[in-house]
Structures are given as structure tokens and as C-alpha cells.
Ligand binder design. Structure first.
Ligand SMILES: Cc1ncc(C[n+]2csc(CCOP(=O)(O)OP(=O)(O)O)c2C)c(N)n1
Length: 535
């Protein structure tokens, strides 16, 4: 009797049943996720048995590269990107860039293959034990649905969670036999994302801003990510506040040639307090307070200053050690602050000192390289950077002053920049993308070169070849180490490497060759790698 009832229920809506694959394809289409970044294996093949004509498979030749490309694409399109990885080993390879996507707050829906449900008890070849645990804690949500029928609903949930600020990667492990099972379609829904600030808390911040005498702002990646660039500039101008960039910010969130721009905060507690000294109010916009790279002691902000933090990230708010945190969307909160009556005018504070012109010299210096890039790059070009030792020099000589013009990883995990440049270029076909990469960093996910050639993306890869891990040699001093081991990497021929991957390669050794070579590469319709031998 009970069995009969169950069968009746199962037949309910039978006529509307479709395969799990079809239900997932419909959802992905509705979410605008028709580019699939992947590297396939046997456990993933049935996912796209009949690959839809309106979908694009973006092949990466190693899973770190796959996730890095998806990260760049998601950031540049402001929508979650879809990733498909091979069961356990593929997820393992991807882990470094999953960590980075988590720190970048990049929305990704990551699917991974799993062995067929019926053979899971027998430890089958290529299966993933505890599949949902493997990417933790660097995914916001992880699931292997209990039934094949539940896969589409899991994909929908993964998408909404990935897109909810703070955005980030989510993970769905899918047994290979699920795709041909029948299920009922899942309708896409509107899940609103904006977090409006508590009006009382925001009014208190507004009052404090109006009443203070020497305000300073610290901007983080979330300003650019939340499309709050214009609002942040307007708020700084209204209060004549100096503006620093938070340590290790992954995006450019304030025009670096603006008279109020002060510079980049180092990831060091005492040095931050020193830079912010003399201000009576510190307003952190879309940034952690603060990201430290070295041990430090004493206060986190200068004595006498009050800190306010406006962040979309409840976790940032929770671990911030001092002051008042308001969890809310950046753009709407800053707009609300701008809607208040204008405060009394304050004097314009001193801006950042302009760097002098760098002479060409006998050999190419990193400063000369950055200056030349600033001279020749198109105004609307985008730079994706992963050149750790060169970064302070870039910050001095290669300024950015537009929204969505600069990307780097917020995690410090190398292997993001090269593939992220491919993802950004795929999303922004009308703009030039320059990947500025250290020689050491370029070796972590250099399969990205092949993808750039495969996708015919005219990216200019600039390899800063100093023959070593300079950042580590510098950092050794923090620990009182005179000579670090394992930091020399001479003997790599980057031009041959590029050519082997289908990318044009050129080497530049003389300062006078630099600008013409960069111009030629920027004019090319194909990807080019320029190996710059720096002193
Ligand atoms: C995945 C990963 N492995 C190792 C490191 C440690 N690390 C930090 S900087 C660096 C050197 C990078 O070398 P390169 O790209 O040549 O830049 P340079 O330091 O010479 O400017 C290394 C190995 C890291 N950050 N991430």
C-alpha cells in the first residue's frame, strides 16, 4: 500500500522531467554562465555529452590555470564563472588558485567530477574520498548532493552563495552517473544582494566625519569590486581626506594621480601607524584592518585617532581589532553619506610626491621598465600584475587612474597573474591586457600562454627577468638572514618557452629597445611575450 503511494508520488509531474544535464544547462544559461573553464577527465565527460552551441569550453592545461583564468573572467564580467575540475587530483592542482579566489572574493561555481554512486563503496579509480572536505576552508559552501535529482538545485544554491557579498568560490561534487538521471527543472530566482547599512550607524559615521579635523581614508579592493569608485572619489573630495591603499589590495580603488592620493600602506603594523599619524579619523572603505605580512606590536592605529570601517564582509568586521565596523555594500553606503549636507570646507592636505623621470642608464632598471610601460600603454589598457619584488617600484612609476584597470592577487599565492590575464582579456576583448609577471612567478601557471594562443587573445606578457626570487632575498633581511637558499633561477629561456606554447616571443636587453618592442607587441593582434632582462 505504502509502496503504491510512493510510486504515485514519483509519477507526479513525470511529463515535465528532464535530465540533470538539461536542467543544469538551463540554469547556467539563465545565470549568464555559458563559458566553462575546465580540464576534463573521465568523470566529467558526461557533463556535456551534447555540448550546447551557445556555450564555450575554455580549456586550461592544468587546473591551477583553469581556476586562475576563471577568476580573471569573473572579476572582469562581475558575474560568477563556471569551473569544471577533475575529481581529487584536479581539485588538488587547483587549490592554490581556489585559495586566491577566496581571498580575492571572486565568485566561482566550481564543479568536480566524482565516480559513479554505485561503485563508491569499492574505492574506485579516480574517486574523491571526502570530496566536499577537500577544498575547505577556501570555499564558501561545499556539497555533494544526496541524490542525482538534487544536482540542479545544488548548482543554483552554489551560484547564489558565490554571488552574495563577500563573494567567493563554492564547490559541487557530482557523481558521473548523475547527468543522465531525470529530475524536475529548477527555476532561476531573483536573490537580491545589496546590503543597506544600518541608518543609525551610518549617521554616526557621517557625524564623526563632519566633526573631525584631519580625516584619512584607506581604500581596499571592495571599492572597485562594488563599482563604488566614483562615490569613493566624491567622498574623499568632499572631506579633503588623504587616501591610502590598504596593504596587499588586489585592485585599484582610487586614482593614483589624484591630488588626495597618499600612496600604498605597507603590510606592517608599526609602519601603518607611522603613515597614518596626525589624523584624527581613519575611515577604511572596503578593506581589512589591516593585512599584516610581518609580526608587529603596539597600537593598530595612531594614538588619538578613531577608526571606522565600512565593509561588505562580516568576517573582516569581526576580526578588526579597534573602532566601529559597519557591514554594508560600499556603493550604496557611500552614496548615503554623500546625500548628507556638505560639511565645512577643510584645507587640502599635502599629496604624494611625484617621482622624477628615470634615466635610461646602461641596462634596464625595473623603474625604467615601469616608466616606459606607463609611457606606451593605451590609457584604457588593463594591467594584471604578479611581480612581487617589483611591486613597490611599479607603485611609484606605473600609476593607474581608472576603475577596472588593475588586478593582482590578494592572497600572495603565486600562479594567479598569468591565467587571470587570460580571463580578463577574454572578458574585455576591446581593451589591451598587459600581464606584468616576475620570472619566478611566471613558472607557476605558464600553461596560460597556451590558452592565450588558443583563444587568440592579444595579451602582452611582460616577464621581468632578474634571474631570482628577489622578493625572498629582500624578505630574508626581516629574519636577519644574509643569504637565502633556493632563490636563484638562472637559465630559463622565456622566449623559447613562449614560442613552444604558440606565443610570439622577444627578448629585450637594451633600454633603447624597450619602448619600440612594447609598442610593436601592443599593436599586434596575437599574444606576445617580452622577456625584459633587468639589472
Ligand atoms: C605558491 C607560492 N609559492 C611560493 C611563494 C613564495 N614567494 C613569494 S615571492 C617569490 C618570488 C617570486 O619571484 P619573481 O616572480 O621572480 O619576482 P621577484 O621576487 O624576483 O620580483 C616566492 C617564491 C608564494 N608566494 N606562492
Amino acid at each position: 500500500m505504502q509502496q503504491e503511494k510512493k510510486n504515485d508520488q514519483l509519477s507526479d509531474g513525470e511529463e515535465s522531467r528532464i535530465t540533470v544535464r538539461e536542467a543544469v544547462v538551463r540554469l547556467l544559461r539563465a545565470f549568464g554562465m555559458t563559458s566553462l573553464f575546465g580540464n576534463p577527465g573521465s568523470t566529467e565527460l558526461p557533463m556535456f555529452r551534447d555540448f550546447p552551441d551557445d556555450f564555450r569550453y575554455v580549456l586550461g592545461l592544468q587546473e591551477g590555470t583553469v581556476v586562475g583564468m576563471a577568476d580573471g573572467y569573473a572579476q572582469a564580467t562581475r558575474n560568477a564563472a563556471l569551473v569544471n575540475l577533475h575529481s581529487a587530483a584536479g581539485v588538488g592542482h587547483a587549490m592554490g588558485n581556489i585559495f586566491t579566489a577566496y581571498k580575492n572574493r571572486t565568485p566561482l561555481v566550481i564543479t568536480a567530477g566524482q565516480q559513479a554512486r554505485s561503485i563508491l563503496p569499492y574505492e574506485p579509480f579516480l574517486f574523491s574520498a571526502q570530496a566536499t572536505e577537500l577544498p575547505k576552508p577556501y570555499v564558501k559552501w561545499s556539497c555533494e548532493p544526496a541524490r542525482a535529482e538534487d544536482v540542479p538545485a545544488a548548482i543554483a544554491r552554489a551560484y547564489y552563495i558565490a554571488m552574495q557579498p563577500p563573494c567567493g568560490p563554492t564547490f559541487v561534487s557530482i557523481p558521473v552517473d548523475d547527468w543522465d538521471r531525470l529530475t524536475t527543472p529548477v527555476e532561476p530566482r531573483l536573490v537580491s544582494k545589496s546590503l543597506r547599512a544600518d541608518p543609525q550607524a551610518l549617521a554616526a559615521l557621517g557625524d564623526a566625519l563632519d566633526a573631525c579635523e584631519r580625516p584619512v581614508f584607506v581604500v581596499g579592493a571592495a571599492v572597485d569590486r562594488d563599482d563604488a569608485w566614483d562615490e569613493a572619489v566624491a567622498l574623499a573630495e568632499r572631506h579633503n581626506a588623504r587616501v591610502w591603499v590598504s596593504p596587499m589590495s588586489g585592485r585599484c580603488s582610487f586614482p593614483e594621480r589624484h591630488p588626495l592620493f597618499a600612496g600604498f600602506l605597507p603590510a606592517n603594523r608599526e609602519a601603518i601607524v607611522e603613515r597614518l599619524a596626525g589624523h584624527d579619523l581613519v575611515l577604511s572603505l572596503g578593506a581589512p584592518v589591516f593585512t599584516y605580512h610581518v609580526e608587529g606590536f603596539g597600537p593598530h592605529i595612531p594614538p588619538g585617532a578613531t577608526l571606522y570601517q565600512l565593509t561588505e564582509d562580516p568576517d573582516f568586521a569581526a576580526w578588526t581589532p579597534v573602532g566601529t565596523s559597519i557591514v554594508a555594500s560600499l556603493r550604496s553606503s557611500i552614496a548615503d553619506l554623500l546625500a548628507r549636507p556638505a560639511p565645512n570646507a577643510r584645507p587640502l592636505p599635502a599629496g604624494r610626491e611625484k617621482p622624477g623621470r628615470v634615466p635610461a642608464g646602461e641596462r634596464i632598471s625595473e623603474a625604467f621598465l615601469m616608466q616606459t610601460l606607463a609611457d606606451v600603454r593605451p590609457a584604457d589598457s588593463i594591467v594584471v600584475e604578479e611581480a612581487p619584488g617589483s611591486r613597490p617600484i611599479m607603485q611609484t612609476h606605473l600609476p593607474f587612474d581608472r576603475t577596472e584597470s588593475f588586478y593582482t592577487c590578494s592572497s600572495g599565492g603565486l600562479g594567479h597573474g598569468m591565467p587571470a590575464a587570460v580571463g580578463v582579456a577574454l572578458a574585455k576583448r576591446s581593451q589591451r591586457v598587459i600581464a606584468l609577471i616576475g620570472d619566478g612567478s611566471s613558472m607557476y601557471c605558464n600553461q596560460a600562454l597556451w590558452s592565450a594562443a588558443d583563444l587568440d587573445l592579444p595579451i602582452v606578457f611582460v616577464i621581468v627577468n632578474n634571474g631570482c626570487y628577489a622578493a625572498l632575498d629582500h624578505f630574508a633581511g626581516v629574519f636577519g638572514i644574509e643569504r637565502a637558499v633556493g632563490t636563484t633561477l638562472a637559465g630559463i629561456d622565456f622566449v623559447s618557452l613562449a614560442k613552444g606554447m604558440g606565443v610570439a616571443g622577444m627578448r629585450v636587453e637594451r633600454p633603447d629597445e624597450l619602448a619600440p618592442t612594447l609598442r610593436e607587441a601592443l599593436a599586434s593582434s596575437r599574444p606576445t611575450l617580452i622577456e625584459v632582462m633587468v639589472a
